[in-house]
Design a protein around this ligand. Structure first.
Ligand code: ADP
Length: 490
């Protein structure tokens, strides 16, 4: 059932459409057959004249062709950003804020279009792009716009100055949201930007380019270029880039760290994770099980802070596992554009292959395999929600990031044991604790080596709250006041 969207101004409108788009609606989404690079305020052809396909992972159909930027295009984008930096860094802070507010409002006005395209290009359920990704992305612009003319309060007596040109590289799991996380603080602090979305999900960043152009932001302040790893590497290696902000895999993060060693480029890395989600015997169990489900199956488990390791205290293990299996049976896997869908499509064929490989590894390692019995579509890249029971600390499925809807389950007796096991991992991005006792939450959250610790909730994000990791999960924080720091000299 579809009715016309009434456009309302204001902060909260984006979450209030009462319906999901029908296939008919998606025909009205304005998508070009071919997308060029957004450099110096205009869409321009790539030097190589090469384009690559972006595919809908739920249908395996091509949506559009997208330009592949080579080193010359990257150089052009960096030059545009450098030229724009001269004026932008001297634009009054209040004026800078106005443009950022305008971008936020234009995103809200086009929220429906952004949500549908995000879901088509990346495979995530429309309920998530509509209620989380798109409103939160707009909120990051609102939040950072507010800081633009208050930097002297953010850093009292420190005279914060912009760094220059920021090179930003983002992944495919939250394409628009990651673009907002990166662009908004860079602009608020007076930097200019060259950003590259991931090759499987470039479309909402290119739509954002349209919004940026329509906002009247001066040419060259934000440049959005597309391509794969080679394009990303060209941004990292460009000598006139002052700061690199990267979100993606730990492997690529390490390559980037090596590539810029010895230069004076500043770096923030937000990398992988393998979070422990811990249920104590005294936890409200139904609420905890719901949190475990959300922790691992949100966005198909393509979440660096996903609660992918469940630790359940022995006394409640049987009941929790039974409840978990029952709840998994009720999850709907299927068409991401259907508002009833809980788990959408795996982002790419390659990622589905990686998840299937880990499922094989888990079975060979001897953990007990369980999948829900739900139907999945015949076409497209889908994976049923999966559990591995009786997993042990040395299993690869426990130690390595799978980035899919796969949860390992371990049991524990004492608090000391669970702290030891939860921390005994190369990553340190996030953790979850489920208990009725506030004292346990305080005790444990200080001992978890994780950048974010959620208590009796999970996967809650807010622009005011810093996010980032320890160990192989990277360094630097995004969001909140802390998120401004990587973009200023003090
Ligand atoms: P994933 O494994 O989750 O796909 P990646 O780390 O490979 O994540 O990709 C995240 C982003 O990094 C993407 O935009 C990708 O194009 C980019 N990228 C990949 N390889 C490199 C590289 N060597 N240098 C810079 N960016 C890269």
């Amino acid at each position: 059932m579809s009715k016309k969207l009434e456009t309302k101004a204001g902060l909260d409108f984006v979450t209030d459409w009462a319906y999901a788009p029908s296939p008919e609606d998606t025909k009205h989404i304005k998508l070009e057959k071919q997308y060029d690079l957004f450099i110096d305020g205009k869409f321009v052809k790539p030097n190589s004249k090469k384009y690559f396909d972006t595919v809908n992972p739920a249908t395996e159909q091509k949506i559009a062709e997208v330009a592949e930027a080579d080193e010359k295009d990257v150089d052009k984008a960096v030059k545009a950003a450098r030229k724009a930096f001269g004026k932008w860094s001297k634009t009054s802070a209040k004026e800078r804020g106005k443009y950022i507010y305008r971008i936020a409002r234009l995103m809200q006005e086009r929220a429906r279009e952004f949500s549908i395209i995000e879901t088509m290009d990346g495979g995530k359920p429309i309920r998530e792009s509509r209620d989380i990704d798109v409103p939160l992305a707009a909120n990051h612009f609102f939040y950072n716009a507010g800081w633009a003319d208050k930097l002297e309060y953010a850093f009292p007596n420190r005279n914060p100055q912009p760094l220059g040109v920021a090179g930003q590289i983002i992944p495919w799991n939250f394409p628009l949201l990651m673009a907002a996380w990166k662009i908004a603080p860079a602009l608020a602090t007076g930097n200019t930007v060259v950003i590259k979305p991931a090759e499987t999900t470039p479309l909402t960043a290119l739509k954002l380019a349209e919004v940026i152009r329509d906002s009247g932001l001066p040419d060259g302040v934000v440049n959005i270029i597309t391509g794969a790893g080679k394009t990303g590497a060209a941004i990292v290696n460009h000598p006139d880039v002052n700061k690199i902000a990267f979100t993606g895999s730990t492997d690529v993060g390490k390559l980037i760290q090596k590539a810029i060693a010895g230069t004076d480029k500043k770096l923030t890395l937000e990398l992988g994770g393998k979070a422990a989600n811990i249920i104590f015997e005294d936890a409200p169990l139904d609420q905890a099980v719901e949190g475990i489900i959300n922790g691992i199956f949100f966005n198909q488990g393509h979440v660096c802070c996903a609660g992918s390791r469940l630790f359940v205290q022995e006394g409640v293990a049987d009941i929790v596992i039974r409840k978990l299996k029952d709840r998994m049976e009720s999850l709907i896997v299927g068409d991401p554009l259907d508002k009833n869908t809980d788990i959408g499509a795996i982002n790419s064929k390659e990622q589905l292959g990686k998840i299937q490989e880990y499922i094989k590894i888990g079975k060979n390692e001897g953990a007990e395999f369980h999948q829900s019995s739900c139907a999945i579509p015949g076409k497209g890249y889908f994976c049923r929600p999966t559990l591995f029971l009786n997993a042990s600390q040395s299993h690869r499925i426990v130690q390595e990031e799978i980035f899919g809807p796969v949860l390992t389950v371990q049991t524990f007796r004492t608090i000391e044991e669970v702290i030891e096991k939860a921390n005994n991992i190369p990553y340190g991005l996030s953790a979850g604790i489920w208990t009725d006792k506030g004292s346990k939450i305080f005790n444990l959250s200080g001992k978890m080596r994780a950048g974010v610790v959620w208590a009796n909730t999970y996967n809650k994000f807010d622009p005011t709250s810093p996010f980032g990791g320890y160990k192989e999960s990277g360094f630097g924080r995004e969001g909140g006041l802390h998120g401004l720091l990587p973009y200023v000299k003090l």
